[in-house]
Design a protein around this ligand. Structure first.
Ligand SMILES: Cc1cc2nc3c(=O)[nH]c(=O)nc-3n(C[C@H](O)[C@H](O)[C@H](O)COP(=O)(O)O)c2cc1C
Length: 696
């Protein structure tokens, strides 16, 4: 092991429980061990998920949260001890590996709960509201400390009051549920959460709590609920049963649906550092043994769920600061990197490194650090594309399709949380496979096919692998995307696939193969308006082929357009955005943490955006746009078009044959040449195509 990482592999203690190293797998929905929806408590595939990670040197596991009461039907988990039975063998296996496990118990979400905004269409006013909301969702999930505060997702959704009687029932339930955890062999519990703007945090913060009872007003009162919980657990489970608290050091919040960005001076409406210094002492005195820390609220969600725009180790200095105000250990979360964590642990500034998404992306992450194989780590690019893929429109609703919610999966590693769906066995019948196109889809298909035992040749017409992802990774803040390209190239080399660079395939029939996978990507779209030839495409700009001036119009306020605007602002230029819809970064499936951080960064850098606006014409020094207020001519040096892509269909037969002609190879079109999508769709399709070829 590189001596630099040694501090990560030293033991530490939470209460009396010794943990073998300083790496904590953070709680994530999708890694839950107990789920009501699973009826018996058994979550399909959970053994496989934990087996992949427990044998790979995680020190402490904290699976995704367990609600104390069901969302529908008001069933208390502590009244159903049978829910713990199926997970006992998994806990046992984890213990045999030398790791420890804490269960995270949740008080719920209050105004941060997304479901009421999704159910709104079904819920009528008055009496009907009471009846239908009871049928659809229990009051526990519909209540907040202060019902006048707007829902994070939709101001039209009104919450009910979380009464002091409900608090007492919850405190009791926490004690009883922790007791079941202890009896099941779980090493400790974590309380969710004076963190991220969840229910307990709404009690704790001034801007979401205007109560005049014992749970509102002074800091002690606002923390009373969280303190009563730990006292009850200690009373029921004993003083030595460890209780951790998920804790946001600072809220980093300017107001409702308004977060601060790194480096910004602002008025904190939530928990300031000064208040946090006092709060952590009160919580420690109440009995908490560990603080699992970062920053943020649902109004500044990207501090708790740092996207690609968030600096690495974004929360570290805050957590290091707060450690000085408690004698208990602290964990730091949020894009933590092993070198920064090791240095901080060595200096005694934090106690452990929390790792979330990187462990979804690469289960062997810790082993690879330990064995000094860091270049083999599949880097998490903080896209949230499959682990947390739902968008929020700054309080104007959400894009969730309630029928297709998925969490805790990984764009780059389709295997994660699909362990019982896919196979890693050798192919039933190894084949000769030609892959045409060396973008992400082509590389993923070639690597997977080689791993399954096929003989693979990949043809790339340029001198560079990566396709359009080279442009996507070009921006200065995309260090992990660049690392991903390097990782793909190395894996491809390692896979044994033959790679023929600068080899254009003009006739698929000329390929000597049983299977041909076409992955030739897409072309950037242009606009049919006067002067369009004066504009450059986003890809040309990002690839460095089209320099731009100082005042730059970006037509298209989707993800790429807004990222380009941010990049130009970082370069000191003066970009502005023209977007035809009402929202920037409004596409379905982009995580709210990513979209809001990008919007807040554009606000901070004063990048103007014209919404509901269309481009009419371009000249050498101006752009004419049509807005709801009329036409405007804006002096402009350069125009970048970021208006999407069209699939390259030049290999696709105009009429698809119903059956494969004898003697011809099986043909698959994958990635953007099949249908323009995202990194998620591209990787998944490549992965599933190889599964089909191998096991069908
Ligand atoms: C899919 C997903 C689900 C999450 N669910 C929870 C949760 O149940 N409880 C919690 O305290 N944090 C939850 N988090 C936050 C993570 O624990 C972690 O703090 C966050 O991902 C930042 O760490 P990372 O950059 O290492 O991923 C979740 C994060 C993700 C990505």
């Amino acid at each position: 092991m590189n001596t630099k990482y040694e501090p990560l592999f030293t033991p530490w203690k939470v209460g009396n429980v010794e943990i073998k190293n300083r790496i904590v797998m953070l709680p994530m929905e999708g890694t839950n061990m107990i789920q009501w929806e699973a009826k018996t408590g058994y979550v399909k595939g959970i053994e496989e998920f934990y087996r992949d990670r427990k044998d790979n040197n995680v020190g402490l596991f904290i699976p995704g949260l367990i609600p104390l009461i069901t969302i529908i039907g008001e069933k208390w988990i502590y009244k159903h001890p049978e829910m713990f039975e199926p997970v006992k063998p998994v806990i046992e296996e984890i213990h045999q590996s030398g790791a420890k496990i804490f269960f995270q118990l949740s008080a719920g979400a209050g105004r941060s709960m997304i479901l009421p905004s999704l159910l709104k269409p079904f819920i009528k006013k008055g009496f009907l509201k009471t009846v239908s909301s009871k049928l659809l969702m229990s009051k526990w999930w519909w209540s907040a400390p202060d019902p006048d505060e707007p829902s994070v997702w939709d101001p039209d959704v009104k919450m009910d009051l979380f009464t002091s009687e409900m608090i007492s029932q919850f405190v009791y339930a926490f004690g009883q549920t922790a007791k079941l955890c202890k009896e099941a062999g779980v090493d400790g519990v974590e309380i969710h959460a004076v963190h991220e703007g969840y229910l307990l945090d709404q009690f704790a913060m001034p801007y979401t709590n205007h109560r005049d009872d014992a749970y509102g007003g002074s800091l002690e009162n606002r923390l009373r609920f969280a303190c009563e919980i730990v006292k009850e657990i200690k009373k029921v489970c004993g003083d030595d049963y460890p209780v951790s608290l998920r804790y946001s050091v600072c809220s980093m919040t300017r107001g409702f649906n308004a977060g601060a960005v790194p480096g910004e001076t602002f008025d904190e409406v939530g928990r300031s550092m000064a208040e946090s210094e006092k709060a952590i002492k009160i919580l420690e005195d109440a009995g908490y043994d560990l603080f699992n820390c970062d920053n943020g609220t649902y109004d500044a969600w990207y501090w708790a769920h740092p996207p690609v725009y968030a600096p690495l180790n974004m929360n570290l200095s805050y957590v290091e600061h707060i450690k000085q105000f408690t004698s208990k250990p602290v964990v730091c979360a949020g894009r933590m990197q092993p070198d920064a964590a090791a240095e901080s642990i060595k200096a005694g500034r934090i106690d452990a490194m929390g790792v979330g998404r990187q462990l979804l992306c690469d289960p062997e992450y810790v082993t690879k650090i330990k064995e000094d194989r860091l270049e083999e780590i599949r880097p998490c690019i903080a896209c949230h594309g499959a682990c947390l893929p739902f968008n929020g429109m700054n309080g104007k609703g959400t894009d969730i399709d309630p029928m297709h919610v998925e969490m805790g999966r990984c764009v780059l590693n389709p295997w994660t949380n699909n362990e019982t769906k896919y196979s890693k066995e050798p192919a039933k019948q190894p084949k000769r496979i030609a892959v045409v196109g060396g973008g992400i889809a082509g590389m993923e298909a070639a690597i997977q096919a080689s791993l399954r035992g096929h003989t693979v040749t990949l043809y790339e017409k340029t001198d560079k692998l990566g396709g359009v992802f080279n442009a996507a990774a070009a921006m200065s803040f995309k260090e992990k995307d660049k690392a991903l390209l390097t990782w793909y190239q190395k894996q491809l080399e390692k896979s044994g696939a033959e790679v023929r660079m600068q080899t254009e395939v003009s006739d698929l029939g000329s390929l000597d193969a049983d299977v041909v996978i076409v992955a030739i990507g897409a072309h950037a779209r242009t606009l049919n308006i006067p002067g369009a030839e004066l504009a450059v495409t986003a890809t040309d700009f990002l690839n460095g082929n089209a320099p731009v001036g100082d005042k730059v119009a970006i037509i298209g306020g989707g993800l790429t357009g807004c990222e380009i605007a941010y990049e130009l602002a970082l370069q000191g230029k003066h970009p502005y955005i023209v977007e035809m819809t009402e929202f920037l970064v409004g596409a379905r499936g982009i995580c709210m943490a990513n979209s809001t951080m990008l919007r807040e960064l554009l606000r901070f850098h004063k990048v103007p955006a014209y919404l509901n606006a269309t481009a009419e014409s371009i000249t050498e020094d101006s752009l004419v746009i049509k807005t709801p207020d009329g036409k405007q001519t804006i002096p402009t040096d350069s125009v970048i078009l970021s208006v999407g892509y069209t699939p390259d269909k030049h290999f696709e037969p105009t009429e698809k044959p119903k059956k494969q002609a004898p003697g011809t190879p099986q043909l698959y079109f994958i990635g953007d040449c099949d249908e323009v999508g995202s990194l998620k769709t591209v990787v998944k399709q490549a992965y599933e195509t190889v599964q089909k070829i191998s096991y069908a």
